[in-house]
Design a protein around this ligand. Sequence first.
Ligand SMILES: Cc1cc2nc3c(=O)[nH]c(=O)nc-3n(C[C@H](O)[C@H](O)[C@H](O)COP(=O)(O)OP(=O)(O)OC[C@H]3O[C@@H](n4cnc5c(N)ncnc54)[C@H](O)[C@@H]3O)c2cc1C
Length: 429
Amino acid sequence: MVEFAERSFGKLEIMEKILTNIANPSIAIVGAGPGGLVAARVLQLGGVDVTVYDADASLESRDQGGTLDLHADSGQIAVEDAQLAEEFAALARPEGQAHRLLDPQGAVLMEQTPALDETAAPEIDRAQLRRMLAESLIPNTIRWGRRLASVNDATLTFEDGRVETADLVIGADGAWSRVRAVLTDAVPIYTGVTFVEALFTNVTESHPDIAALVGDGHMWANGDGKTLVLQRNSGDVVRGYISFRVELDWLAEAGLGAADGRGGVLDSNGTSATHTERVRAVLRDRFAEFSPELLRVIDDTEGTLPSRPIFALPTPTTWAHRPGITLVGDAAHVMSPFGGNGVNLALLDGAEIARSIVNAVRTGTAIGDVVREYEERMVSRGATLGKAANDAIAEHYAIGGPDLDSIPNFDEAADQWRANAAEYRASRN
Ligand SMILES: Cc1cc2nc3c(=O)[nH]c(=O)nc-3n(C[C@H](O)[C@H](O)[C@H](O)COP(=O)(O)OP(=O)(O)OC[C@H]3O[C@@H](n4cnc5c(N)ncnc54)[C@H](O)[C@@H]3O)c2cc1C
């Protein structure tokens, strides 16, 4: 019978038809970032069985990054779908929407301070967002310390040798997704821009000058192909980014070790090398035209100045639909951080795929059909915003410095997010 069916329909179509008939499918999500976690939450609200696997040892096993703004037309809609709007409002920082733009000497070129009741894009720390989503799940939904090695026909093999199966695998495993590798050969490409991270804690007392520079939100001091960024986080913390157009292997070229191919360096034992003072000296040299006050971002950081090259997938990145496997968020469309759409799309993708599955189960629709529809919409949306984000980073770090007129006006962006949100809600009702 199976042989007959295989001859008639082909193997992939048979899997699709099997998935069609599953009344209560089991879903495996790889990656407990914002995209994977919101998908799990919306699935559980809809009564669908889901397990999340993450490579991290625990929720707090490594630094979870800086602040993110959740847009009214995407991230906030997903948070609503997850029934976590109140929890988000309690953590969100509307005052964090303030922006200041300086020149390399510290002169203020532009300043915007949205009203405190502005809810177009409030800030939240990535760690807080992840915790809020993780704690909303049924206990034990997330299996920590499980790094996926490969996926094959909905069988997941982990690096610890364990094997799991599921009816549908959702790859939410970020920029270097192993799930994506089954669907396409596409890999992220270096944008030509690197962000080196700075960290300031207890800023009110220990770093009053940094606190004054950043205000309640963000500071950008733009030079020619280089920008110093400060961002206020919760808990009296400010994070900085020393960002510039540079070769991927700049640390190796500065003699700090062997290039690791991802912008880092390896020592003679093949392990990641850190040379904070030598990195600081190289950065000091490159940003020599900035004022001493601004150079405190480099001088006073408490961290080890880790280098984070910005990688982005080609736009569009497409694949032939494959039954039993799909992607959300950065795994599908990692893009430059310009525009802040990475986390917002991850959340919207996660909520959308989950809602589609819940509806399919309720109505007896083929899950393969709703996954296909989701992929068409998600790939096209990710490619449009990804192209804009990747063009924006190239323009910002172009020779001669950014064109100030091209920097988005917050009020206009806020109106656009609100209009998009109304359109999105109307289209799905
Ligand atoms: C540690 C970290 C810090 C970040 N900091 C910032 C920031 O400060 N500002 C900013 O704008 N963006 C930051 N980002 C990126 C931003 O969070 C993402 O663009 C956005 O959240 C997209 O979410 P995502 O859920 O698609 O993927 P991610 O948030 O990248 O989450 C992917 C998850 O998958 C897990 N994972 C990866 N590979 C495997 C594997 N093989 N097996 C199992 N699990 C795996 C990871 O541990 C991670 O939890 C950060 C991302 C990470 C992972």
